[in-house]
Ligand binder design. Sequence first.
Ligand code: PEP
Ligand code: MG
Length: 368
Amino acid sequence: MPDGTTVLVDGAAGTVAVDPPEEAAADAHRRAARARADADAARGAARAPVTTRDGAPVRGGANAASAAEAARAVAEGADELGLVRTELLFLDRPTLPDEDEQAAALTALLEAAEGRPVVVRTLDVGGDKAAPALDLDPVRNGFLGERGLRWSLNHPDVFAAQLRAVLRAARGHRVRLMFPMVTTRDEVERAREALDAARRDLDAAGTARGDVEQVGIMVEVPAAAAAADLLAPAVDFFSIGSNDLLSYLMAADRTLSSVAPLRDPRHPAFLRLVGGICAAADAAGIWVGVCGDIAGDPELAVLLAGLGVTELSGAPPAVPAVKAALRAVTLEEAQALARTAARGPGTYPGGAPRAPGGAQPPGQQGTP
Ligand code: PEP
Ligand code: MG
């Protein structure tokens, strides 16, 4: 193709035209300008907080792992950062980042969040997240092995350095700390003790620090989901890790595309479990978010809000569409959709509407 040839690529239609007629090129320019203006308008609207059409507050967050991603989330209108995967600082390198490096990276990310609440998750290595510096064993640290909080509790020095880094970075920022892969209440209590010890260590050394405003857990192990009422009194919030929870619940490995259809977030088994988690949280007065990939899907966001979820945190570019979908429904409509979906196709024909888990889905939960 000679230099200067005009090529028209239409990503939406999946077409490419070489040397298109003048009118087609002009039309493409007009459509591109309109698409840019629509996206800008959606982004502008996304900056305002979200309520459903009848005024129930739902927060639209985004996940970020670096200062650049945090800035992107803010630009897309995120109310908060619902998941910071701190392990990304540990992957793809031969040595561990020390406490100072961790504190500096987190500080940069928190600054980019411009005062919004930020949920910082402690190390979640193992499973699908390999880290050369940690010499992880694919079986011992596999999906059913020592990963997430299990690994941190067994490596107290690495855990303590990370907790100190979080407390140092929290100065002047709104940080919520979250533990991944929790299975039992005992694990939460041991993690909270480690946090207390990190505070004491910094104070004894006279090191300046801030503090975390809330402590929560990922609900991504089916045992934690099924017995959420036993965990709720020990924390300030739950964040549902739907990537792992769906995989463990459906016994369908999250890295295998051949079983991907089984990891269906509309399956009644999953929706009922989410309804039960929300009911347990509501009874304890704490809030529930979702930070797995499904939180970035506008239709699923509505279903999840109908089940009682009050914070959705997916990929940054998803924020405007998720917020728009939540604004378009009333809470009652979302609850009705969730009830129908949780009953499943062909179940309870003509029966009275029943909420997932047999309880009425909670409309409101503890305030964030
Ligand atoms: C999840 O499991 O849904 C989650 C958000 O955590 P990760 O994908 O990092 O395991
Ligand atoms: Mg997970």
